[in-house]
Design a protein around this ligand. Structure first.
Ligand SMILES: Nc1ncnc2c1ncn2[C@@H]1O[C@H](COP(=O)(O)OP(=O)(O)O)[C@@H](O)[C@H]1O
Ligand SMILES: [Mg+2]
Length: 293
């Protein structure tokens, strides 16, 4: 059975209440699965509507609409290739850097359209910071890694203010005590877990509103992972955090809402406890019980 046909059956016969209108003529309509749960919020920080993403002719995201709240950690889960990273990259326009990639739909950050042509993308990426799967410190000192962003964005009026930002960011990232005596040593000399916290310090140094994290712990051991998870929980008081994770346990520990993606569709968004204990959609249930993925 072709993927489209399979999806159509999954989305419509197994959970008729959740199905979107299916047209027999158009593959476009039949290719869509309406999100169940609570994808929309009152007073969101980020508001995504009908996001489609194509790589060349291949559609990777199908009409996804999702709001993300203030001071929320939202986890994105789903099998490999379902579009989690692609969707995440829409929110700071990182897909702009991929030639074949086309994004449509609207994304508002604090009510402002992030896709408008006159928007400064460098500024957007400071407001919406990103932490990647593999820690990627610059080949510079620990201090320079954190000071770089504030310097290029002119966030400090003098050296003392810059030093203050470096210190506070490293403290907030839970790394200060481990590095305060060696700020001039290379960032790349730290352990994997320390490097990831350094990347988080670098991200928060420019005072973002939102932090995107794409499987930030998948290269880390359990102890380093636990530190990052504690950090995410602390950072929520100041930032909105969107985290892609392969670990359902991790999503349960750190997020308030969870979004389940499947073949480019946003199938379900619910409070994390609800999604894992009482999923509304059969596809979500199959995934969390290990029958799929
Ligand atoms: N740079 C790219 N060029 C072409 N296709 C891509 C690219 N990145 C991702 N894709 C495709 O888009 C789909 C979604 O991928 P991705 O967003 O990486 O999924 P996930 O993060 O859930 O594993 C997959 O089919 C993948 O092969
Ligand atoms: Mg990915």
């Amino acid at each position: 059975m072709c993927t489209t046909m399979k999806k159509r059956l999954d989305c419509n016969s197994l959970n008729p209440g959740a199905a979107s209108a299916v047209s027999d003529e158009g593959l476009n309509d039949s290719n869509r699965c309406q999100t169940v749960g609570e994808p929309l919020l009152e007073n969101p920080r980020i508001s995504c509507r009908e996001i489609d993403v194509f790589y060349g002719k291949k559609q990777a995201i199908n009409s996804v609409s999702l709001d993300i709240g203030h001071n929320e950690v939202i986890a994105m889960i789903g099998p490999s290739g379902c579009g989690k990273s692609t969707f995440l990259r829409c929110i700071n326009r990182m897909n702009d850097t991929i030639d074949s990639c086309r994004v449509s739909g609207s994304i508002l950050l604090d009510g402002q359209d992030i896709n408008r042509p006159d928007l400064d993308v460098v500024l957007l990426r400071a407001r919406v910071g990103m932490v990647f799967q593999k820690p990627n410190p610059f080949p510079k000192s620990i201090r320079e890694n954190v000071a770089y962003g504030p310097k290029i964005h002119g966030l400090a009026r003098n050296k003392a203010e810059l030093e203050e930002i470096v210190t506070t960011s490293l403290q907030r990232a839970g790394l200060w005590d481990e590095v305060k005596d060696r700020l001039d040593e290379p960032g790349t000399g730290l352990s994997g877990g320390q490097q990831q916290r350094l990347c988080i310090a670098r991200t928060i140094a420019v005072s973002p509103e939102v932090i995107l994290m794409d499987e930030p712990c998948s290269a880390l051991d359990p102890i380093a992972t636990a530190k990052i998870e504690d950090l995410i929980t602390e950072l929520r008081d100041k930032f909105t955090i969107i985290i892609v994770t392969h670990s359902m346990q991790q999503a349960s520990r750190i997020s308030q809402r969870t979004a389940y993606f499947h073949l480019g569709d946003l199938v379900e968004v619910s409070s994390t406890s609800q999604l894992f204990t009482n999923p509304k959609h059969k596809l979500t249930e199959d995934y969390i019980t290990g029958r799929f993925g």
